[in-house]
Write a protein that binds this ligand. Structure first.
Ligand code: 5GP
Ligand code: ZN
Length: 114
């Protein structure tokens, strides 16, 4: 989608600190990190949120999950762990309408929400 920030990042039209890339996703450092490690894993398909996933997108769903595990190993997050978050819609304060997951790590994350 032409005016989407994450589509522009994936295409290289907006610079980003790339962490990982494959056929299904592009992962980069969040511009406003909430933890010492804060990685955004964005699908290489413009879908506004998880609500728009269909059966046709199963490869993207699986690919992103696998990529998260690969990124965790690559970035040395396996020993102390990490948290994966998807914000969907208004109440969850999703700010970029392009499907993505946050990987947070690098320190104690305090109280769990769930
Ligand atoms: P959301 O609020 O939709 O769950 O997450 C969007 C995330 O994208 C936010 O954490 C925000 O800091 C990050 N973000 C927004 N614009 C940019 C950008 O231009 N570059 C990078 N690296 N991250 C961005
Ligand atoms: Zn997009």
């Amino acid at each position: 989608m032409s005016d989407c920030i994450f589509c522009k990042i994936i295409k290289g039209e907006i610079p980003s600190s790339k962490i990982y890339e494959d056929d299904y996703c592009y992962a980069f450092k969040d511009i406003a990190p909430q933890m010492p490690v804060h990685i955004v894993v964005a699908a290489k398909k413009h879908l506004p949120s998880v609500l728009e996933f269909t059966e046709e997108d199963m490869a993207f769903l699986g690919g992103i999950q696998l990529a998260i595990a690969k990124i965790a190993r690559q970035e040395g997050l396996t020993e102390n762990g990490f948290r994966v978050i998807n914000n969907c819609g208004k109440d969850a304060k999703q700010s970029v309408p392009h499907i993505h997951y946050h990987i947070l790590a690098g320190g104690d994350m305090g109280e769990k929400i769930v």
